[in-house]
Design a protein around this ligand. Structure first.
Ligand code: AGP
Length: 608
């Protein structure tokens, strides 16, 4: 996720672009850049790191001009660096991009074949060259963009500026947001509303497939076929802080709702549904080496550790590779039996968790291969690993991890299917079936998000309970643990997550009429067994809240039965996570705690 902005009008563009980028820094903050048409020539300034570095560079070497574009980056393709920072330039064209161009490698190869030279490792630079090539061959600016859009696949919000066409910006959108704001003799462009609120409240959003031509005195929207589209304005009444949260009350809720998009971004460009295969882009090992792996050691902390537990089921059952799971803080001090055929798989949103990072040196000394599943590009963990499977969740601001978790599960699923195909435990048709289910997952998540009001209501009713128990079986018992952790973290209520069958060995003693018990009962191979555990709770007076995809089978004795959409066995943990996140969120809201920054916690724990 990146932030993009554009300005055309009568004022100096650079200060407006910088101020707007500041409002979008939550979308990415590893590098930033700006391009302004200054005295008829493009002036580009980019810098690595936070926006303040770009500000400093511009203070030292100001750029004057009244049309320009800007970008704050969250790296996906190419590490954070000045060269990979946007805008990217080709000839007289500059572009900023938010999204992922899936077929950029093929396009890059073709361009290289035609003698084009690249300055960066990004997918975006390909787009700049494609447009520039067409202009060089005589195409008009807008037509060159429209033709280029026919060649690229993926998600994008793009803003182009052309030195030889100094009065307009060209915009294009597919799957990632872009909004146009109208002022008096000036027009603004941004990824999100907060960037515009200091200048205008009259905004309009582009739709997928649309292209817009933006000038100081207004704009024109064209559909996929180039036909003009009428667009009306929306008046925005939000205050600026609320707008940064996209209208949501908290970052956590916003991030919960971002999950369909984040999951799509994580599998986008990595799957070949036709061949039932997965492109394991982050693994720098050949097929022979990957076939050789005899054990996977998953190491992580907190929520990422729960993802690792689910990953163990996926890797053992789908890819048929023995796997074991450790807490980072434990792994570093024990003597695990690692060897040259072992794979250490570290999972971390931030890539900066000290206990997780410590596993790297241990594995290095044993000659094991090291791969991480990580959200932050070029984080310490990413740099120390042999390979990285990035989750493309975008920045996670709320301390309580939500979209990072479900994208970690998505990445683990991709890894299990990819390794399974490679090692022969998954054949083509099984691979196709797995990937078909994955493609439908974002829709299922959207359906699960519709349970929000039910969980808001349930949270109101149960917010006074002193303890909660969460139960699940198989690959859903880590989801019970994750649900309990979410509740503990943000509402400060004591909660335990347990494998349902283990309850009778101890926690059952806690059950009485004051104890709400959330039970995950999907219609899977554990269904009857979990039903039995549910009865054990009910017969002791416990208040059962059932989450299931098979609601018909539950007796009236349950306190509440809530229905989640059906999905396949290995993706059910992701679907079941959504209501648990919503429940924890609303309990915290109704108890009045600080949802995004709960007491005593830090977003990433960089100390032991
Ligand atoms: C989850 O909600 C947490 N705040 C915490 O458990 C977190 O998952 C853990 O500290 C690991 O962080 P990481 O993914 O950045 O390594």
């Amino acid at each position: 996720m990146c932030g993009i902005v554009g300005y055309v009008g009568g004022r100096e563009a650079a200060p407006i672009i910088l101020a707007s980028l500041k409002k979008l820094e939550y979308r990415g903050y590893d590098s930033a850049g700006i391009a302004v048409l200054s005295h008829g020539k493009l002036a580009v300034c980019r810098s690595e790191g936070k926006l303040e570095n770009l500000e400093l560079a511009l203070r030292q070497k100001p750029i004057s001009g009244t049309i320009g574009i800007g970008h704050t980056r969250w790296a996906t393709h190419g590490r954070p660096s000045e060269l990979n920072a946007h805008p990217h330039r080709a000839g007289e064209v500059v572009v900023v991009h938010n999204g992922i161009i899936e077929n950029y490698l093929d396009l890059k190869e073709e361009l290289l074949g035609r003698g084009v030279k690249f300055d960066s490792e990004t997918d975006t630079e390909v787009v700049a060259h494609l447009v520039n090539e067409k202009i060089n061959k005589g195409a008009e600016f807008l037509a060159a963009v429209q033709k280029t859009l026919k060649e690229i696949d993926g998600s994008y919000a793009l803003v182009f500026l052309n030195q030889s066409d100094p009065k307009r910006l060209i915009l294009a959108k597919n799957s990632t947001p872009i909004v146009i704001g109208c002022g008096d003799g000036e027009t603004f462009v941004a990824s999100d509303i907060p960037a515009l609120l200091d200048y205008t409240r009259k905004v309009t959003f582009l739709e997928d497939g649309e292209v817009a031509e933006v000038r100081a005195d207004g704009f024109r929207v064209l559909d996929r076929k180039g036909k003009a589209v009428q667009r009306s304005f929306k008046e925005i009444a939000w205050d600026a802080v609320a707008a940064q949260k996209g209208g949501y009350r908290h970052f956590m809720l916003k991030e919960i709702h971002e999950q369909p998009r984040a999951i799509t971004d994580t599998f986008r460009g990595r799957i070949s549904p036709k061949n039932g295969d997965v492109l394991l882009d982050g693994l720098p090992f050949g097929p022979a080496e990957l076939r050789e792996i005899d054990k996977i050691h998953l190491v992580a902390c907190g929520t990422a550790w729960h993802a690792a537990l689910v990953g163990k089921f996926m890797l053992e059952e789908i890819a048929q590779i023995p796997a074991e799971v450790d807490y980072g803080s434990e792994f570093r001090y024990r003597f695990p039996l690692l060897g040259s055929r072992s794979l250490l798989l570290l999972i971390s949103q931030s890539g900066e968790t000290a206990d997780t990072l410590a596993g790297v040196n241990l594995a290095r000394s044993k000659g094991s291969r090291i791969v991480s599943i990580c959200n932050v590009v070029d984080s310490s963990l990413a740099r120390k690993s042999d390979g990285v499977l990035y989750t493309h969740a975008g920045p996670e601001i709320s301390v309580a991890s939500t979209k990072a978790f479900t994208t970690q599960l998505t990445a683990l699923f991709l890894l299990a299917v990819g390794l399974g195909r490679l090692r022969g435990s998954v054949n083509v048709s099984e691979g196709r079936r797995f990937l078909r289910e994955l493609i439908h997952l974002p829709k299922k998540i959207e359906e699960a998000l519709k349970l929000e009001n039910d969980f808001d209501q349930l949270a109101r009713e149960l917010k006074g309970a002193a303890n909660f128990l969460y139960l699940g079986r198989g690959l859903n018992y880590p989801i019970a643990q994750e649900g309990a952790l979410k509740l503990k973290e943000i509402s400060y209520i004591h909660a335990e997550g347990y494998p349902a069958g283990e309850m009778k060995h101890g926690p059952i003693a806690l059950i009485d009429e004051t104890m709400p018990v959330l039970v995950l009962v999907p219609k899977d191979r554990y269904f009857q067994k979990t039903m039995g555990n549910l009865k054990e709770v009910e017969s002791r007076g416990g208040k059962t809240i059932v989450l299931t995809d098979e609601p018909g089978t539950f007796a009236a004795s349950a306190f509440r039965v809530l229905t989640v959409p059906k999905t396949s066995h290995y993706l059910m943990p992701i679907v079941l996570t959504i209501p648990l996140q919503l429940f924890a969120y609303y309990v915290a809201v109704h108890r009045g705690t600080d949802v995004d920054q709960p007491r005593n916690l830090a977003k990433s724990v960089t100390v032991e």
